[in-house]
Design a protein around this ligand. Structure first.
Ligand SMILES: Cc1ncc(COP(=O)(O)O)c(C=O)c1O
Length: 445
């Protein structure tokens, strides 16, 4: 028997049958980075009806015209079932890829449908892009804090994350430059910058248009790719749609999704990639799923064709704006002095910084006991920061529930501060420096 040499671990020793007895001992080394997200672990408790969950980022699907959709889906099966229920192209349904280009045009992107790869949610695109570019130990730059699902993919491929801080206008170009220079000084070229420019998850801030070009220039200067993740871009509350980074630079890898603008359960997202990347991405997608589901793609395609999807997005944003307003008003009314928070102009999230000494993760069980749940900040960092911070989502609960949830949260924070005042318990490490009200703290790498 000839065993081909190991390309990545030439010194790997053969394991004996005895050493490999327990299945967990046979796990690949990269699985060590796969840990349950704090948010997912919380879902079971937070979904109890008596708990106001401000934790998850579930879209409010009650705003969808379900009767119309149901008739449309029935018609799809009756008329095109033989195609919709069959395997399809690994790159995605051609008609949908064309429509995706129309959607992206809203943010100034001119794209060729041949460069679009449909994926099972943009989460899959994130996973595939990381798989394509990252070897173990490679460095990825990401905002601090960053999207927990992206951090999960980076960890699964053993990439190291260097966070770059944001302020109320998003990623700070000067800090990006500093990080790039420091890394270059150590001989490290990050594989890419992963950024969520619009209505950031979890920080709630948007990257100022004036910063966008500078960030692209810096990445080009240092030979670093850019991955732009933009599921919330069309959900702006002031009617503003910001120019995508991809509209300014065709080398940017752009990730999009119908999860927040239509229906997350259909799991339809996409990547728009430069032609040089496309074929590899399609091969990676094929090895993951053979092809994305024809059925859900055709549902999305019909929806875009027959339904006024722009009006639907407007309906969604009006509801989210009302909920955002309810949350901001409640925070203003109830949260104790010393708390600060961001003011989102779109999307789903507010990022709260707690008073010095209050640890969001340690406080969470007490908050759940008080029937309110949130996502604690450490889950949004790869390096342990965020202990004094938490993410609140206003997308799913009604305005009344949001107000009640924030009222309960405020009482828990007050109690926490009281305990600290009374017993003088040691403060949680103050890793973050506060920059005044309504700005995320400038945590650095
Ligand atoms: C920033 C960001 N990227 C990607 C995703 C994944 O979205 P999808 O449902 O398309 O997989 C999410 C979901 O919450 C997100 O917030």
């Amino acid at each position: 028997m000839t065993i081909p040499p190991s390309p990545h671990r030439p010194d790997a020793v053969e394991r004996t049958a005895a050493a490999a007895a327990a299945p967990t001992e046979r796990f690949a080394v990269r699985t060590q980075g796969m840990v349950a997200s704090e948010i997912r672990a919380l879902f079971a408790v937070a979904s109890r009806p008596e708990v106001v969950s401000l934790a998850g980022g579930m879209p409010n699907l009650a705003a969808l015209p379900l009767d119309t959709l149901s008739a449309e889906i029935g018609d799809l099966v009756a008329r095109e079932g033989q195609v919709a229920l069959q395997y399809g192209s690994a790159q995605g349904v051609p008609a949908l890829r064309e429509q995706i280009c129309d959607v992206m045009r809203e943010e100034g992107i001119e794209a060729d449908p041949n460069d679009v790869v449909v994926t099972v949610g943009s989460q899959m695109a994130l996973d595939l892009v990381t798989r394509l570019f990252c070897d173990p130990g490679d460095v990825v730059l990401a905002e601090g804090p960053s999207y927990v699902g992206a951090l999960g993919s980076f960890a699964a491929y053993q990439a190291r994350v260097v966070h770059v801080a944001m302020d109320s206008e998003g990623l700070v170009p000067e800090l990006l430059e500093e990080a790039l220079r420091t890394l270059a000084g150590r001989g490290i070229t990050p594989k890419f910058l992963y950024t969520i420019p619009n209505f950031h998850n979890p920080a709630g801030v948007t990257l100022a248009v004036s910063r966008r070009r500078r960030i692209l220039e810096l990445c080009a200067e240092y030979g670093v790719g850019v991955v732009e993740d933009n599921p919330y871009g069309l959900l702006g509350f002031s009617g503003t749609t910001y120019p995508a980074l991809r509209s300014m630079d065709r080398s940017v890898i752009y990730l999009g999704s119908f999860s927040k603008t239509f229906a997350s359960g259909l799991r339809v997202g996409w990547a728009l990639v430069p032609p040089a990347v496309r074929d590899r991405l399609v091969l990676a997608a094929e090895s993951a799923t053979l092809c994305p589901p024809s059925f859900t793609q055709m549902i999305v395609s019909r929806y875009l064709e027959k339904h006024d999807w722009r009006a639907q997005v407007k309906t969604f944003t009006e509801q989210y704006r009302e909920r955002r307003d309810a949350m901001l008003a409640a925070l203003e009314t109830h949260l104790p002095d010393g708390c600060t928070w961001t003011v989102p102009d779109g999307g789903f999230y507010v990022w709260v910084t707690l008073p010095e000494g209050v640890d969001a993760k340690a406080m969470l069980p007490r908050a759940v006991t008080a029937r309110v749940a949130y996502a604690s900040g450490t889950g949004f960092y790869a390096d342990g920061l965020g202990s004094r911070q938490l993410r609140l989502s206003y997308c799913y609960p009604t305005p009344e529930r949001i107000t009640e949830g924030v009222r309960r949260l405020a009482a828990v924070i007050e109690a926490e501060m009281d305990v600290r005042r009374t017993f003088g318990l040691p403060a949680a490490p103050a890793l973050e420096v506060r920059r005044g009200a309504h700005t995320p703290s400038p945590d650095t790498a």
